[in-house]
Design a protein around this ligand. Sequence first.
Ligand SMILES: Cc1ncc(COP(=O)(O)O)c(C=O)c1O
Length: 446
Amino acid sequence: MSARYQLSGTTAVEISAGIESGIRTGALSPGAALPPVRALAADLGVSPATVARAYQELRQRGLLVTAGRHGTRVRPRPPVAARRSALRPPPLPGARDLSRGDPDHRLLPPLGPHLAALAADGGPSVSYSDAGVLPELAEVARARLAADGVPAGELTLAGGALDGIERLLGAHLRPGDAVAVEDPGWANLLDLVAALGLRPIGVPVDDEGPLVAGVAAALAAGARALVVTSRAQNPTGSAVSAGRAEALRALLAGRRDLLLIEDDHAAELARVPLHPLAGATASWAFLRSVSKPFGPDLRLAVLVGDETTVARVAGRTRVGAGWVSTVLQRLVLALWRDPAVDELVRRAAQSYEQRRDGLLTALAEHGLPAHGRSGINVWLPVPDETSAVTALRDAGWAVAPGALYRIAAPPAVRVTVSSLDIDDLAPLAAALAHAANPTPPPGFPT
Ligand SMILES: Cc1ncc(COP(=O)(O)O)c(C=O)c1O
């Protein structure tokens, strides 16, 4: 904990408010250790139960984490920080930033012409009483999903994949419920699960998707929801294979007590076929965001699912945000209908594949097995994340430490390949090889 930050308060509410304020202002940084319950209670002259209640409240809201002998700490990305950019240290000046998971902006469709066409067209005036999903958008979305074998279901929209997942979890689960998530898995999802006061149960992943035994164990441990990334799993690049989908569908068949959520965020960018699990359980939802192929600022995801699940999400949206702006819907529809955009997305998918495969091949030449079956990330196991990230930083490359994505999975680093050029691959692989197999200091026995 920061030596400068003095915890205070005589009630659980005051103590938790003080800690929250310390996190918000940055005085308590992510990962900072808090004093043990008894020590803080003695310091503040309150009962240990009061401090325990304050910690418990902040844990349920995803601000703190308690991990056995590591004690209680501020979560790596607590949901109260003022600016997202403050959550990750900036790379050193001049360093190449491969830590962010963004698509290559040079490969996103230009929006200007479509925005101009929308402006010229004016479009219908939409009011509170008739706003909702545009029928023509729903029709094109359904056709695109059907072409990939996603079963027909009810359809609604969300403001991106994560917004959809939040609405789904909120509609089906209560704080304290368990959610099965991939381990390693998407950091933002782990943050969301913590912020909703849900309990993550990690399901190990290999190149073909979540392990069947891991999902079975999560179900046995009482998971009420399961979130599966169909393709371009973040951070490992895994994609659910035909065989894995069949085995998982058999395991999940007919379950009525589990909400199955599939996140097909790579969508049109994926160069591997989709093998959906949708429909195996009574409660299911399949999400396809437009962020990665068309641009992260287009906050729109299509959500299909069974009637009850979609009605809950759509109903909750109606009494809150209302609807996804029809201006945005019309823009996305225009992009989907433009053959030139199709071609650009196809070229982007090919280019990401070349960079990813190129890096995997270059790493293999150094004897390093890494993962990246699809998408824009490569996951490289390393013996020690901190020293690997530091060695890479010193060599001019910023990568993401695996700790952001892991529950119990072994250490690794995530390298986003989307901004790499072919000429970068050899020097980057050499730097990664050095970071993954650090040379021991001279004089030490090997
Ligand atoms: C696994 C996963 N799902 C979804 C998304 C996109 O989320 P959103 O649609 O909220 O932008 C990402 C982006 O990195 C991701 O890694």
